[in-house]
Ligand binder design. Structure first.
Ligand SMILES: [Zn+2]
Length: 394
């Protein structure tokens, strides 16, 4: 017994869980799901919930007349809102999965492009089989929640790295346990269907070109400025994958038109020196700041925040960064000449780039006039998972 603890007036512990289930069922009005499925989807709202706790909460909701239990084909027991409309048959579902180093996210769209569900789970660290098993579970749960037959959804997966055309093995992923593995082949066996798999930067570009900041443009270059620097090219709604599967890979070209003090540049994990990524990534801007302001080593987001408060050292770091970004993008314009360049990743959220960089880049673009638009992403963190779903539609 805990005599000092209030015995009354505190809400029962399952009330917050009931709230989460209510929100889940309200957002997905046609959803009828198993206890395990609901437990899975509710995890994002209520931390560490068990299937037993969800069953208890559903029993309370059933007693209140909020949900009803019914049996589906195969004797599967599901719960649905009592006022839920009869399920309209969804013909096809497109599923996108963003397989990241720390989290794995899934999204499902019906054939009218309406988002049916979305869920995020931690990526199992350093365990290839566990990663495959997680994706298998997420896809099966999503198909059940959307009311389509198991194995029927089109699945697209976005992940860092790319598939080698020569071997079919993934390379260059920051989820190291995926490197050297036949990820696409193994997932196709597990999921019992063909899937589409693309680099996360290509998914970003595809998402923004399809219904984001580059919508309606014929040629879109998407550049991610984050922990790493990546890029993707979309032409008339299709990702330009390229003969070697590296179309748009831009971060490991050298910074163009380097100044003497920019040579040879920092060592990059890829084996080269002075790659664009070593200058324009979050760690890159932090390294550059530290080199110019000895003794001051803030991370990228703090440099940006301090520059906004007119810290002279940080403002100078941003000025060097935007000039390098202009050079790096001028190089892209000279080769691809996109209609729109969309920036994503943490370092895309700096307002001044969108005015300063187009002012600066004409110095290096081989044209008397530069009409290329530079715009901020529309879908933010969702672009990877949305792009993967668009990939599935093709
Ligand atoms: Zn590199």
């Amino acid at each position: 017994m805990m005599p000092d603890e209030p015995a009354r007036d505190s809400p029962p512990p399952h009330e917050s869980l009931i709230g989460a289930i209510r929100r889940y069922l309200a957002t997905h009005p046609a959803a009828a799901d198993t206890v395990e499925g609901i437990a899975g989807w509710a995890v994002g709202a209520v931390a560490s919930v068990t299937a037993d706790e969800v069953r208890t909460a559903l029993t309370h909701m059933e007693a209140r007349g909020e949900v009803a239990k019914r049996s589906e084909a195969g004797g599967v027991e599901v719960f649905a809102r009592t006022d839920a409309p009869a399920r309209t048959k969804v013909a096809t579902v497109r599923i996108g999965i963003d397989l990241g180093g720390s989290k794995t996210e899934i999204i499902a769209f019906d054939d009218e492009g309406q988002q049916q569900l979305r869920r995020r789970e931690p990526t199992p660290p350093d365990d290839y089989d566990a990663v495959l098993a997680l994706i298998q579970t997420l896809v099966a749960d999503a198909e059940r929640a959307c009311g389509v037959a198991p194995g029927s959804a089109n699945v697209g997966i976005g992940t860092p790295g790319s598939l080698s055309r020569a071997t079919g093995l993934l390379r260059g992923s920051n989820s190291v346990c995926l490197n050297g593995m036949p990820v696409k082949r193994d997932l196709e066996v597990r999921l019992g269907r063909g899937i589409a798999l693309a680099n996360d930067a290509n998914c970003f570009a595809l998402s923004e070109a399809t219904d984001g900041a580059g919508q309606g443009a014929a040629v879109v270059f998407g550049a991610i400025l984050g922990t790493g620097v990546g890029g993707g090219v979309v032409v008339n709604g299709r990702v330009l994958e390229g003969r070697n599967g590296i179309g748009g890979e831009w971060g490991h070209n050298p910074l163009p038109w380097p100044n003497d003090d920019e040579r040879p540049g920092a060592a990059c994990f890829c084996g080269q020196r002075g790659c664009i990524e070593t200058w324009l990534s979050g760690p890159g801007i932090a390294r550059d700041h530290h080199a110019h302001v000895p003794g001051d080593a803030p991370p990228a987001h703090e440099i940006v925040a301090r520059a906004a408060r007119h810290d002279a050292g940080c403002e100078a770091t941003l000025a060097r960064y935007e000039e390098r970004l202009a050079r790096a993008l001028a190089h892209v314009i000279n080769i691809v000449d996109p209609d729109v360049i969309v920036l994503g990743g943490g370092l895309s959220n700096v307002d001044r780039w969108y005015k300063s960089v187009p002012r600066l880049w004409s110095r290096w673009v081989f044209s008397d006039r530069v009409d290329t638009e530079l715009v901020r992403h529309a879908h933010g963190d969702s672009s990877g998972v949305r792009g993967a779903a668009w990939l599935a539609a093709r």
